[in-house]
Design a protein around this ligand. Structure first.
Ligand code: ADP
Ligand code: GLC
Length: 478
């Protein structure tokens, strides 16, 4: 049995801003059948503390990078959970990274450096009876953990894996914070945490970890190029074969249309007519009338997601006979652009600005197609949920979107294997064409149903990917 410590700043259902949480929440179950026992370590945000209640205190740090902290032991589903309770760092209203207005906390470097230092100490076995073989660090928030391990001399053979969920978030901070990290002076350099004259938390993790993974094979290739590597392409290329892409899976306990309690009606590939009740519920909720395919968006409203390009095409989407039910939040300008479009097209475009987990399920279960025009997408989960729910994905051909959707070109349609629509280049012409293709396909009811069924039959459960992570762990542990 391998004992792994999975270190992350989010885990569904306790704290979620995006796909990272879904993946971290699902990993323990995904790895268990492959002989890996996973303990998850999370920061003690108010909701996480409320979840663990008056848990056992297994460690006390009078000063963890100058902050008093305790380690609490609880459970996440059927698996062990450790929580870093450091009120000065994490007991705040707002989000995990910033205040209610979306401004990043000034001391994020200290919050996640302390978190990573605690992670390294726990993994190295200096806390109570717990022993770990491997530390799995997710994204920049956990990036320093492999570095602390490395500078502690590889801490008794504990190996480390760093997983990149999004290269756009690198955790870069002013060089002036370096002394407060309590790393040895030689950690300041290319062989260490220095990154273009700043402290780079993700960079440190990628440099220090024994293996690097990202969340799709295509993104693993893309990040070797400047456009996607965003400054870290050289480091990635230099790690060569130690960088692999392991596709995210979806958690069937949470995302299955046959059992989903958040739907108005449950259905399967053989009972797609029952899906209509969800479509009616979406129409009611978003004030949609008439007919035509309902496109949905369930997304952070950001540049990454190509939402600016979509916002510019909404009048045309309506002119083509489409409707839109959108759920998202993010950039204020984009939020306004979608609200304005809804005001221009009552009955055809409905918009909910916000974050609403139950509504995200209803949309996948009731809309006809999900639009994902991302400029880059390390994996993407909403297209996988769309496939599983018969909500046909219309996606840019990048990252995990390229790896998981089979474009409805003529050959794929004839062979009956198409599951969605893909397009190249996130620009108005390409997206307009993709929407037009989707509208035309929708009008061919038999073809559309075949695409829905084909997507629903695709297997994006964790089976394969859980096995691949476990195999990687075994390889590292020799
Ligand atoms: P990313 O992590 O880049 O945001 P993913 O597709 O990997 O993209 O994951 C996004 C996750 O967040 C999915 O579970 C999706 O359903 C959810 N999500 C995004 N926006 C919202 C929202 N406004 N309300 C509810 N869930 C959302
Ligand atoms: C990131 C990426 C997304 C990926 C998710 C989980 O947020 O943007 O593509 O699916 O992490 O790995």
């Amino acid at each position: 049995m391998i004992h792994a410590l999975s270190v992350a700043s989010e885990a569904y259902p306790l704290v979620k801003t995006g796909g990272l949480a879904d993946v971290v929440g699902a990993l323990p179950d995904a790895l268990a059948p492959h002989g890996v026992a996973t303990t998850t370590l999370l920061p003690g945000y108010p909701k996480v503390l409320a979840h663990v209640g008056d848990a056992d205190v297994v460690q006390h740090w009078p000063s963890l990078l100058g902050i008093e902290a305790r380690l609490l032991a609880g459970t996440l589903g059927d698996h062990p959970l450790l929580v870093l309770d450091a009120p000065a760092l994490f007991a705040r209203e707002g989000g995990p990274y910033g205040d209610a207005q979306g401004r990043d906390w000034d001391d994020n470097w200290r919050r996640f450096a302390a978190f990573s230092k605690a992670a390294a100490e726990v993994a190295a076995g200096s806390v109570g009876e717990r022993r770990f073989d491997l530390l799995h660090a997710h994204d920049w928030q956990a990036g320093l953990a492999p570095a602390y391990l490395r500078f502690a001399g590889g801490a008794q053979g504990v190996r480390s894996v760093a997983t990149i969920h999004n290269m756009a978030f690198q955790g870069s901070f002013d060089a002036g914070v370096f002394p407060a990290l309590e790393l040895p002076p030689h950690a300041w350099g290319i062989e260490g945490v220095e990154y273009y004259g700043a402290v780079g938390l993700l960079k440190a993790g990628l440099w220090a970890a024994d293996a690097i993974t990202t969340v799709s094979p295509t993104y693993a290739q893309e990040i070797r190029r400047p456009e996607f590597g965003m400054g870290l392409e050289g480091l990635i290329a230099s790690r060569g074969s130690q960088v692999t892409g392991i596709l995210n899976g979806i958690d069937p306990a949470v995302w299955n249309p046959a059992t989903d309690p958040l739907l108005a009606a449950r259905y399967s590939a053989n009972s797609l007519d029952a899906r209509r009740a969800n479509t009616r519920a979406v129409e009611a909720r978003f004030g949609l009338t008439g007919d035509g395919p309902i496109f949905t968006v369930v997304s952070r409203l950001t540049w990454q997601k190509g939402m600016d390009v979509l916002a510019g095409l909404l009048d045309e989407l309506v002119a083509m006979g489409g409707r839109l039910a959108m759920l998202g939040s993010g950039d204020a300008g984009l939020e306004q652009a979608f609200r304005d479009a809804a005001a221009r097209h009552p009955g055809r475009i409905g918009v909910e600005i916000g974050y609403d987990e139950p509504l995200s399920h209803l949309l996948q279960g009731g809309a006809d197609a999900i639009l994902i025009p991302s400029r880059f997408e390390p994996c993407g989960l909403t297209q996988l949920y769309g496939l599983a729910y018969g909500c046909v994905p219309v996606v840019a051909r990048t990252g995990g979107l390229a790896d998981t959707v089979i474009d409805a070109n003529l050959a794929a349609l004839d062979a009956g294997v198409a599951t969605g629509v893909q397009f190249d280049g996130v620009n108005p012409d390409a997206l307009r064409n993709a929407i037009a293709r989707a509208v035309a396909l929708y009008r061919d009811a038999a073809r559309w149903r075949q695409m829905q069924r084909r997507g629903m039959a695709a297997d994006f459960s964790w089976g394969n990917s859980g096995a691949r992570y476990a195999a990687l762990y075994r390889e590292l542990l020799g």
